[in-house]
Design a protein around this ligand. Structure first.
Ligand SMILES: Cc1cc2nc3c(=O)[nH]c(=O)nc-3n(C[C@H](O)[C@H](O)[C@H](O)COP(=O)(O)OP(=O)(O)OC[C@H]3O[C@@H](n4cnc5c(N)ncnc54)[C@H](O)[C@@H]3O)c2cc1C
Length: 290
C-alpha cells in the first residue's frame, strides 16, 4: 500500500491532489485483503479506472484509492463470453473481442475508460450502452464478493445502483459473431465521427453534464448561453463542444468547478433547467446551489 500518491496522472483532465492511501490489487484475493484493511481501519474506499470521467479535489482524497491491476485489468474470451477485469481498458476488450470474431462492443471504442468505470456509469454511445451487452458483474466489498445481474446493478442513463465501497472486479459480456474486418471498419467510422464533433485531442473528462432530456442537449444549452471558449484559470469550455471542459495548460479542478458552476447558473437563468453533472467527483468537491 502506498501513501500520498498524486492522482493527476491517473485522470484524463490531469488535475487533482493526492490519495491518502493507494493500492493496485491484482487479484480478487488481494482486493478483498485491502478492502478488509480499509474496513478495519475505518478508511473510505474509492476506485478509479482510467479517470476519464473523474474530477479529483485539488487538496486530495482522504481515502484508500484503488486502481485494479493484473488479472483484474485483463480480458479473455470464455465459453463465447468476453470476461474482463473491472480495470480492463475498453480498448483491450475491443481488441480481444475482434480477434475472436465477436462484435457488438464497437460503440465502446469512443469511450476511453475501463470495464468497471463503464458499469458504474452505464457508459454508452451511438444508441448502445453497457446494459445492452453486459450479462453480470462480480462486485466485491468489505463483506465479500457476489455476482450481480444487469437488473440487480440497476443500470439506467449514466447511472448504476453501485454504492460507495463496492468494486466491480470482473464483468461478463454477451457479444455476437462478427467479421473482424467489419468491426474494424465500424470502429474507424465511429472514431472519425467523434473527431469531427468533439475535442478528442485535448485533455478533458468527457461529458460534463448529463443531457437533461428535451430538444436541446447539455452542450447546446451551454453554447446558447455564449459560453464556448469561456475560461477560468487554465480550464476552458471547449470551443468545439460546449459540454466538454479542456485543460488548456495548468488547469486545476477548482478551475473546472468554476466553469461548471457558471454554466449551470447561466443555463438555469436562461432556460430554467438544472443541469446534473455526469462527471464523478473524488474528494470534497461540490457545485454551489442554484
Ligand atoms: C474524450 C472522452 C470521450 C468520452 N465519451 C464518452 C461517451 O461517449 N459515453 C460515455 O458514457 N462516456 C464517455 N466518456 C466518459 C468516460 O470515458 C466514461 O464514463 C467511462 O466509462 C469512465 O470509465 P473510467 O474507467 O475512466 O472510470 P473513472 O473515470 O476512473 O471513474 C468513473 C466512476 O466509476 C467508478 N469506478 C471506476 N472503476 C470502478 C470499478 N472497477 N468499480 C466500481 N466503480 C468504479 C469511479 O469511482 C467513478 O465514480 C468520455 C470521456 C472522454 C475523456
Amino acid at each position: 500500500m502506498d501513501e500520498w500518491v498524486t492522482l493527476s496522472r491517473y485522470t484524463t483532465l490531469g488535475t487533482g491532489g493526492a490519495a491518502r492511501w493507494f493500492a493496485r490489487p491484482a487479484s480478487v484475493d488481494a482486493l478483498q485483503n485491502v478492502l478488509g484493511w480499509a474496513s478495519a481501519e475505518g478508511v473510505g474506499v474509492e476506485t478509479i479506472g482510467l479517470g476519464s470521467n473523474l474530477l479529483v479535489h485539488d487538496g486530495g482524497v482522504d481515502a484508500l484509492v484503488l486502481k485494479l491491476d493484473g488479472e483484474l485489468a485483463s480480458a479473455r474470451i470464455e465459453d463465447g463470453f468476453l470476461v474482463a477485469g473491472g480495470g480492463a481498458p475498453n480498448a483491450v476488450c475491443l481488441h480481444r473481442a475482434r480477434a475472436a470474431g465477436l462484435g457488438g462492443l464497437g460503440f465502446a471504442s469512443a469511450i476511453p475508460g475501463t470495464v468497471g468505470g463503464g458499469v458504474r456509469m452505464n457508459a454508452g454511445a451511438y444508441g448502445r450502452e453497457w446494459r445492452d451487452v453486459l450479462v453480470d458483474a462480480l462486485v466485491v466489498d468489505a463483506e465479500g464478493a457476489r455476482t450481480l445481474s444487469v437488473e440487480e446493478l440497476d443500470l439506467s442513463y449514466r447511472h448504476s445502483g453501485l454504492r460507495p465501497g463496492e468494486v466491480v472486479a470482473q464483468a461478463r459480456f454477451r457479444l455476437e459473431p462478427s467479421d473482424p474486418e467489419s468491426v474494424k471498419t465500424l470502429v474507424a467510422e465511429l472514431l472519425a465521427a467523434r473527431k469531427a464533433t468533439q475535442p478528442t485531442n485535448k485533455r478533458t473528462f468527457g461529458s460534463v453534464f448529463k443531457n437533461p432530456g428535451g430538444a436541446m442537449g447539455a452542450g447546446r444549452l451551454i453554447e446558447e448561453c455564449g459560453l464556448k471558449g469561456y475560461r477560468s484559470g487554465g480550464a476552458v469550455i471547449s470551443p468545439r463542444h460546449a459540454n466538454f471542459i479542456e485543460n488548456a495548460g495548468g488547469a486545476t479542478s477548482a478551475d473546472a468547478i468554476g466553469l461548471m458552476a457558471e454554466a449551470r447558473r447561466r443555463v438555469h437563468e436562461r432556460f430554467g433547467i438544472e443541469l446534473e453533472h455526469e462527471v464523478r467527483f473524488l474528494g470534497p468537491l461540490e457545485l454551489p446551489r442554484l
